[in-house]
Design a protein around this ligand. Sequence first.
Ligand SMILES: C[S@@+](CC[C@H](N)C(=O)[O-])C[C@H]1O[C@@H](n2cnc3c(N)ncnc32)[C@H](O)[C@@H]1O
Length: 250
Amino acid sequence: MEQQNIYDNEEFFNSYQEMRQSTTVPNANDLIEIPQLFELIGDVKGKTILDLGCGSGGHDRKLIELGAKSVLGIDLSHNMINEAIKNNNTDKIEYKVMSMCDIDKLDRKFDLVVSSLAIHYIEDYDGLCKKVYDILNPGGEFIFSNSHPNDTAPILTNLEHRWVMLNDKKYFLLSDYNNEGKRSNFWYIDGVENYHRNMSTLVNGLLKANFRLEKMQESYASEEAIRLRPKYIEQKDHSYYVYFKAKKEN
Ligand SMILES: C[S@@+](CC[C@H](N)C(=O)[O-])C[C@H]1O[C@@H](n2cnc3c(N)ncnc32)[C@H](O)[C@@H]1O
């Protein structure tokens, strides 16, 4: 299964990095997704961690600061791994350019597998859940965020057209919710691909792999996030992300 590697497209990569690094416009990663994911991750002291789709490595640094023993970050994109290596100069963090679909080829096990907004790029979700289960130590956890199915469902070519305005209010479109599969959208550039899965598929992939589901959380905007970026009040109608915490029992 050949997967698109959009973060190695220079135009896309530069626009994405500009959004993530902007000091003038706060982004939903910093205000919403990262704090909520880390709340679910909780105590990492002494843990060995695998980060699937680690990007430029911000989460890995934070995991080590929180007391993790070691982190292996993997990403499909050379651009991202180069950034991650530049950003994190410690022997507690190691990076590899590889697909998360190949983790069955790694020769070690982990206490925790995390992933932040990367799993919606892969096609075989059930297969990934099984591979994560196998690579965890007994008692290990799989904690990840994914684009919310609300957002990935509509088959549109431009993400800016995901709503209609009625009486001055945004109403989000939820067409094609149960029509799962590949989507191709304009996001900085044309033809950015990801995979829509409904909530049943996201939950059942974990259960079929034998995980015990410990928590599922849909994103929300805190009062502070709304104060810093008023647009995020729309999360009262429409979550951007969903988070899962699943355990491999002993
Ligand atoms: C939205 S970025 C998130 C990066 C990072 N987790 C963060 O939150 O800052 C998604 C990342 O997933 C990576 N990715 C996409 N498909 C992947 C795959 N099959 N295996 C590993 N990484 C992948 C992309 O290259 C990109 O770096």
